[in-house]
Design a protein around this ligand. Structure first.
Ligand SMILES: [Mg+2]
Length: 263
């Protein structure tokens, strides 16, 4: 494989429901041992980054500090420059990381912003407070636009779906998001690969409107894998999308062995 860096989506690309796809763990470890770069990039904000490091290590991946990027990396840095306290519709783990790593306090009384995340601990009370604050003029953000997250029993509501509920109630749109393929995320990833020629970097994912879109915005090659959301037929369905897929393979492990579909 003629690449020096891989930017990898996790869910539906490296694993499904936490189980690694084929022998991807040994292949990625070998790729890294050969002096190449790996960036694990998930839009999932149900857990803090430290949970991801633990999870990837437990799968057997040789993962180092700085290799995991989630929207909290981008959102935390962005919000920290403007605000000190906000109301986040998020898991305990997410809110803790926002406080400990980015010095942003949780406040439901007088917050400077509202942040909607992939909160799998969401309650009616949290949604009620968020909608009331937004209706009263507090600016709001969302961590990422994904509508659904894959699970063994089918798609489950993700941040984008929770945000749509809030938007339908408040009739207001979020200021921005921080996940794939937002401009904030593009700038962050571009800074991580600035030392590598673009032709040597590959974006890998299972979703067109986030993973492949991010690769297109970065101006790098893209690989769509068929272990998650997309089918082979989706690639050329240009009535419904305008994203450019350069490579397609059943799995990332297959691609690393040189197997891909002709496009
Ligand atoms: Mg995915």
């Amino acid at each position: 494989m003629n690449y020096k860096a891989l930017i990898l989506d996790l869910d539906g690309t490296v694993y499904v429901d936490g189980k690694p796809i084929k022998d991807i763990v040994s292949k990625l470890n070998k790729f890294k041992e050969e002096g190449n770069k790996l960036i694990y990039l998930s839009n999932n904000t149900t857990v803090s980054r430290s949970v991801y490091y633990d999870k990837l290590s437990k799968l057997g991946l040789n993962v180092s500090d700085g290799e995991v990027v989630t929207p909290i990396t981008i959102a935390g840095a962005y919000l920290n420059k403007k605000y000190k306290k906000g109301y986040t519709v998020g898991t305990k783990s997410f809110i803790k990381e926002l406080r400990e790593s980015f010095k942003i306090e949780q406040d439901s009384e007088d917050p400077e912003f509202v942040l909607i995340t992939f909160d799998n601990e969401v309650t009616y009370e949290k949604l009620k407070i968020a909608c009331q604050l937004i209706n009263n003029g507090v600016p709001y953000y969302i961590t990422h636009i994904d509508l659904a997250c894959p699970s063994e029993k089918g798609p489950i509501p993700d941040c984008g779906a929770i945000a749509l509920l809030v938007e339908s109630v408040t009739k207001k749109k979020p200021r921005t998001d921080f996940g794939k393929p937002s401009n904030e995320m593009v700038a962050h990833i571009a800074s991580l690969i600035s030392d590598i020629p673009k032709a040597k970097v590959l974006m890998v994912g299972d979703r067109l409107y986030t993973d492949i879109a991010l690769g297109n915005k970065l101006g790098i090659q893209t690989l769509l894998v068929l272990t998650g959301e997309s089918n082979f037929e989706d690639i050329n369905d240009h009535k419904n999308h305008h994203f450019l897929v350069d490579h397609c393979s059943e799995t990332l492990a297959d691609f690393m062995e040189g197997n891909e579909f002709a496009l």
